[in-house]
Design a protein. Structure first.
Lengths: 771, 76
């Protein structure tokens, strides 16, 4: 649309009316105005989920001509009810930075040269064929993302697992929520939360476990604050290893020493039992007790293998196990006073209070990530506070489709869209839907993410295609993996929207359509699938990651498996994909329904979404009288005996500080998009290191001074932040990872949870020097 | 070529009827609030005579309780 003087006048007229209306009615919303006809003088508003974080806020994007020019929260979306965070409000600006990649590039004589898209796609297919011929099918790999759309991940899985026949498919969600998955599977037998965001409106108590929600899930935290404002008795308890904005907003902040959340969770259970707060009817009817292996290692060596073995236990054995975790004993390990442990137990134990626990990376990026997930479920199970409004243990996700694409489509080495590769039944189902011989699908998982990059370094993998993620910033122990990717006989393809340290190591760069430049689906933290249309055209030669995969698949000879037309391929893929989930436990909404709504929660059965799983009142798959944990063979939720074990690397005399890494509200992950939005970049233009004021004073470091941080793996120079937005306790520093100028992951350790294989970015040992 | 905008208040329970009636009129665009009984009306007429005729038509709408002008521009 051309912007004429008249258009501007009419826009001013509309804006004046909107302002006047907002003066009279502060909460007034005009979200439906895009439905009005004859809107030539205004922008058109189209619905989409936000593409930052896993909350899944509904947005309305304002379109003028072919350009996205405005954003507002979608009042019809139950997730955010019209609210956005600072990233959401500026989200459309990520589309239009001047250095957008719009042409394919190929490395020729050491330099990246722009080439036609067809030439780049031909080269990728050729390289894949060559690599498979010379080194076998397990020498090619796909590394994707929780920012993949559902069709992106589905096409990748079908091509690599179904057609090529390698299980070398992984996604960066391994780095952010694999422990949540294994936590769900070991405790309940099925992945993803039983509750939903409506729990926020019902709960009386919120406990945030190592979870800075004010910055990482601000819209959900706002809903918590709204609940607390309406119901004066509502309490928010922040349980964390450093003081953050969440600690400041909470009613009580409790700090624990890194890794000791394991001990505190057990101590809370000890107290619940000691005080007689166990919901015995619930536990007797719906829980069983189990124990697994202990001293399970940390995975820092190549080819590390671990398989847990569940053994039946009993309530009596569990009580004896917990005797080691009295509040007084745990106070010594954790630094949390016995009084605070008893206070936490009393909140969970009070039958009159509904309790919701939230966590995200603090519990999941943890060398005992699966265990700590199990232990928080133990608390909720003991008191029967689960699967009902306001009673919810809830693992939040960090990415917009970590759930939808990675967990539900199954873009991890061991997974298929339904079930795991090790199960013949799951392979048969996939082979039938994908129209491939069942022998194509290997029954053996290959490499989880850390091991996949180790394999690239070793040369076991020679070809890697990376889409929608930036591992040359995010991999722990980064120097090793960057050196591996840069080796001469490795071939790396990167599909992305802006230059990054990952495109720096690429042999081919493909220009990708992003977010609303393509049709797609995301799946958020609360089992909500969200559709979005192609709202603006992609620039230059950019195409969706899905279509890139289809183009290469056809060049590899898989036309039969990828027959779709460019006009309808997203709908066709959706219709094929949902055949994998056609049961009351996981049925997805039809395409036509998703197009019209701001997301639908699965299981979607008889035209209704399911808000609380495992509760017969809400869940059509629950067949027992009240609760039914149908994911496990014994139809019970499992309470696990999991001990406290220390971190893989702890401070010592040479490296006396804990290094904790994470994010800030203004920047999304590695900052490749948000650093290109002027207002977000201006707000936090560079990474920094938060230092406790007493530590800083002892080292002679003042605010803004340059310091050197070193670990056993590398060193970095950064600016000190003292009494900034976060404040670590003595003996800990915190560094956000959004800034590629300061690659903090050159220092972190590639230790991981042996069950989930998710690395621990929150704990390694460093030293700090004034320079 | 006058352009005006208004807050349009419907008579009780007639918000949708008013929206329909306004959008059926030439030179009018109306948009409803999602959560209040109020609409925004923008008029864009080619000349003062048409503007006067439109104003007279608006006064006759049974679903319209009142109009509050929020913006006015007359490019004569």
């Amino acid at each position: 649309m051309d912007i004429t003087r008249r258009t501007l006048i009419k826009t001013a007229a509309v804006n004046s009316a909107l302002a006047a209306a907002a003066t009279l009615f502060p909460d007034i919303s005009f979200g439906a105005w895009q439905n009005v006809d004859n809107t030539s003088a205004r922008i058109d508003w189209k619905k989409t989920p936000c593409r930052f974080c896993g909350t899944g806020c509904g947005l309305l994007v304002g379109i003028s001509g072919n350009r996205a020019v405005a954003v507002k929260g979608d009042p019809n979306c139950s997730v955010n009810k019209g609210l956005c965070c600072v990233k959401g409000y500026h989200s459309v600006q990520i589309l239009y930075s001047k250095d957008r990649i719009t042409k394919a590039q190929v490395r020729k004589n050491g330099k990246m040269v722009e080439v036609p898209m067809e030439e780049a796609l031909d080269l990728i297919a050729e390289k894949m064929k060559e690599t498979i011929k010379a080194h076998g099918k397990d020498a090619v790999a796909m590394y994707g993302s929780g920012q993949w759309t559902i069709p992106d991940g589905y096409a990748a899985s079908k091509l690599f697992k179904g057609c090529i026949g390698t299980n070398n498919v992984e996604a960066n969600a391994r780095l952010c929520m694999a422990s949540a998955v294994t936590g769900f599977l070991t405790s309940f037998g099925l992945d993803e939360p039983m509750g939903c965001y409506d729990d926020i409106d019902h709960a009386d108590v919120f406990v945030t476990w190592g979870n800075n929600m004010v910055e990482m899930h601000p819209v959900l935290f706002s809903r918590m604050l709204a609940n607390r404002k309406i119901k004066k008795h509502v309490k928010i308890i922040d349980f964390a290893t450093r003081s953050t904005r969440t600690s400041q907003a909470a009613d009580k902040s409790i700090l624990f020493r890194p890794q000791t959340d394991l001990a505190v969770a057990n101590a809370i259970c000890y107290e619940i039992i000691r005080n007689g707060w166990v919901n015995e009817d619930f536990v007797n009817k719906h829980c069983s007790f189990h124990k697994g292996k202990t001293n399970i290692g940390y995975g820092t060596e190549d080819h590390f293998k671990f398989k847990d073995k569940a053994e039946a236990s009993s309530f009596e054995e569990y009580k004896r196990f917990l005797a080691e975790y009295t509040p007084e004993k745990v106070e010594k390990i954790s630094g949390v006073s016995a009084m605070d442990i008893k206070y936490l137990a009393s909140l969970y134990g009070d039958p009159g209070k509904k309790v919701t626990s939230f966590w995200c990376m603090g519990m999941n990026q943890h060398t005992r990530g699966t265990w700590i997930n199990n232990l928080v479920y133990n608390i909720h199970l003991l008191v029967g506070k689960i699967s009902s409004p306001g009673n919810s243990p809830f693992s939040l996700t960090g990415q917009p489709s970590a759930c939808g694409t990675v967990r539900e489509v199954g873009t991890l080495t061991h997974k298929l869209p339904h079930g795991v590769v090790m199960k013949e039944k799951a392979r048969k189902m996939a082979a039938e839907i994908w129209n491939v011989p069942v022998e194509n699908i290997s029954p053996t998982p290959t490499y989880h993410t850390v091991e996949m990059f180790r394999a690239l370094d070793r040369g076991d993998i020679r070809f890697m295609w990376i889409q929608v993620t930036n591992p040359m910033v995010t991999m722990p122990n980064l120097i090793r993996y960057r050196d591996g990717a840069e080796k001469d006989d490795r071939f790396v393809v990167v599909s992305d929207v802006y230059p990054t340290p990952t495109t720096d190591v690429a042999d081919v760069i493909l220009p990708a359509a992003m977010w609303i430049e393509q049709e797609g689906f995301f799946g958020n933290s609360e089992r909500r699938t969200q559709h979005f249309d192609e709202i603006v055209p992609p620039p230059g030669d950019a195409m969706s990651d899905t279509w890139q995969l289809i183009e290469v698949a056809r060049r590899l000879g898989f036309e039969k498996q990828f027959p779709w037309s460019r006009d309808t391929y997203i709908q066709d893929i959706w219709n094929e994909y949902i055949r994998f989930h056609d049961s009351p436990k996981h049925r997805m909404a039809p395409y036509e329904v998703l197009r019209t709504q701001s997301g639908v929660q699965w299981p979607f059965v008889n035209g209704k979404e399911t808000k609380w799983r495992f509760n017969a009142k809400y869940d059509p798959a629950a067949q027992q009288e009240d609760f039914h944990f149908y994911g496990k063979p014994d139809n019970r939720a499992w309470i696990w005996l999991r001990p406290y074990e220390p971190a893989a690397e702890s401070p010592d005399s040479e490296y006396p500080f804990w290094l904790n890494t994470g994010r800030v509200i203004e920047h999304w992950h590695t900052g490749s998009m948000t650093r290109r939005v002027p207002i977000l970049h201006g707000a936090v233009p560079a990474a920094y290191v938060e230092i406790n004021p007493e530590d800083a004073a002892a080292l002679g470091i003042v605010n803004g001074a340059k310091v050197k941080i070193s670990s056993r793996r590398g060193s970095i120079y950064m600016t000190a932040s003292i009494n900034g937005r976060g404040n670590p306790p003595m003996g800990m520093i915190f560094v956000p990872f959004f800034d590629e100028k300061y690659l903090i992951n050159e220092l972190t350790l590639d230790a991981f949870c042996p069950i989930s294989k998710q690395p621990d970015y929150k704990k390694c040992a460093v030293k700090l020097e004034s320079v | 070529m006058p352009v005006f905008s208004y807050l349009a208040y419907p008579v009780r329970g007639a918000k949708h009827e008013l929206l329909k009636e306004l959008n059926n009129l030439s030179y009018c665009e109306a948009m409803p609030a999602d959560n209040e009984e109020i609409l925004i009306l923008v008029t864009d007429t080619p000349d003062p005579e048409t503007e006067e005729q439109l104003a007279a038509t608006l006064k006759k709408l049974h679903s319209l309780e009142s109009l509050s002008m929020t913006f006015g521009h007359a490019d004569y």
